[in-house]
Write a protein that binds this ligand. Sequence first.
Ligand code: ADP
Length: 219
Amino acid sequence: MRIVLVGPPGAGKGTQAAFLAKNLSIPHISTGDLFRANISQGTPLGVQAKSYMDDGQLVPDEVTIGMAKDRMEQPDAEGGFLLDGFPRNLSQAEALDEILKADGQQLDAVLDLEVPEDEVVKRIAGRRICRKDGSHVFHATYSPPQTEGVCDTCGGELYQRADDSEETVRTRLEVYHRETEPIIDHYRAQGLVVTISALGSVTDVTGRAMDALKKPAQD
Ligand code: ADP
């Protein structure tokens, strides 16, 4: 399956993507994680991306689209993938359409995670992420690790993302409404969008998502 996951920052895309990718046996491709890996390795791409990310702005398309395309062309993504954080604006969505078309492929679904804005802010403020594996995500209040600051899954150090400060979160939400939401209409016109509520426990949301992916997309 080829799936795109959309939703505001804090909707739980990364958490859900990790479970869904495992259930569906497809790789989880997160442009945010790819940028963060480049930043921690100090690559030129990471240096370029960092200032945009720290401000909550989108990294320019010239950088992002090439990076996403390279990742989608890796052998493990031949049979499908779950895209998390890409596309994030209309020109990226159009570029993805072209990339897929050139290979005679198409998307199966666009899973839209809905969550109220006040919940988003609460979730992000308490979010703690594992340095060893960014898919291991905790919350200071909602899902605290057994030992503060330590990942339950692999023992890695937990940290708060630089762009999770309240001010940057507001910018990211504005960018989401302005740049990313329009892609939902783009995909609705292709009959691909399934919308689910991202409220409730992680397993509830995963269950809802798996059910939704079995049904034909709404139009
Ligand atoms: P979230 O969805 O919680 O905002 P991500 O990890 O997906 O977090 O993204 C973090 C940051 O990485 C974004 O605010 C943006 O600066 C950058 N980024 C990620 N994906 C893209 C993309 N497709 N296009 C441009 N910038 C991106």
